[in-house]
Design a protein around this ligand. Structure first.
Ligand code: ZN
Length: 248
């Protein structure tokens, strides 16, 4: 058990340098006004001493629900100025990545909702951000292009991100890590993506589980020559137990 001392913690802001100044209940959402401030670090340009300068004008950061309502943080970030080189820098926070207006929590929440098969439109509504933002940000934050390895157990899914449009998502079944998201689930798109991986990486694929149509089975067999296909992922545990027994 951990006692919470600050309202910021209660609503999910971990950065202790953020202080809430005002909170408003708007008709459609909660608006939180907050400041980011801390003792200036050394200048990143010349290692000189920085002093506190003014605040930047507030940036709008969509945040996760508070009390069931979408919320928005208007965060005023402290600016610092170097006494030696006079350069001005802006304070940084773990709440959002540099040059990014989507909070880490919203990203996590987006991914979580996507994996619960919620449509992007629905997610966007819930988190009060635009569908294209959800999609763009999601694509941005997930994956580096490492085509050398693939998980042994992979799940394939599709999800809708716009009315009538389905995207493709592949995840590591065990860690739930997103391996890729493709704009559509056409077989050629999927094939082209997975053929970027080496033959060895693809041959290591042991199980592919999917909820998609059986039309994808031949494709999976082409990509992962050694994989077993499990159509109902709720049976995967049984399947893996069986596989383990065989190996003993
Ligand atoms: Zn400096």
């Amino acid at each position: 058990m951990r006692q919470l001392y600050h309202t910021t913690e209660l609503i999910g802001i971990k950065d202790k340098n953020i202080t809430l100044t005002k909170v408003f209940q708007r008709e459609t959402h909660i608006e939180v006004q907050a400041t980011l401030d801390y003792t200036p670090p050394k200048c990143c340009h010349c290692q000189g001493k920085q002093i506190k300068y003014n605040f930047q004008k507030p940036s709008k950061i969509p945040f996760i629900e508070i009390g069931g309502l979408p919320s928005l943080i208007r965060l005023k970030k402290r600016r610092f100025q170097c006494k030696d080189c006079h350069k001005v820098t802006v304070s940084e926070t773990s709440l959002v990545q540099k040059n990014c207006q989507i909070s880490e929590l919203v990203k996590q929440k987006t991914a979580q909702l996507l994996l619960n098969r919620e449509a992007l439109t629905h997610i966007a509504e819930k988190l009060a951000i635009s569908t294209s933002t959800v999609y763009r940000k999601l694509k941005q934050f997930q994956f580096k292009d490492d085509h050398s390895t693939l998980p042994e157990v992979l799940s394939w899914d599709d999800f809708s991100y716009q009315k009538g449009k389905l995207a493709f998502i592949a995840q590591d079944y065990e860690t739930k890590k997103i391996i890729t998201i493709l704009d559509n689930r056409r077989q050629t798109t999927i094939r082209n993506h997975f053929f970027k991986y080496s033959k060895e990486a693809r041959e290591g694929g042991e199980i592919v589980t999917m909820d998609m149509s059986g039309n994808y089975i031949p494709l999976i067999k082409t990509i992962f020559p050694n994989a077993n296909i499990v159509l109902d992922r709720f049976h995967i545990v049984q399947h893996m137990n069986r596989a383990l027994k065989q190996n003993r």
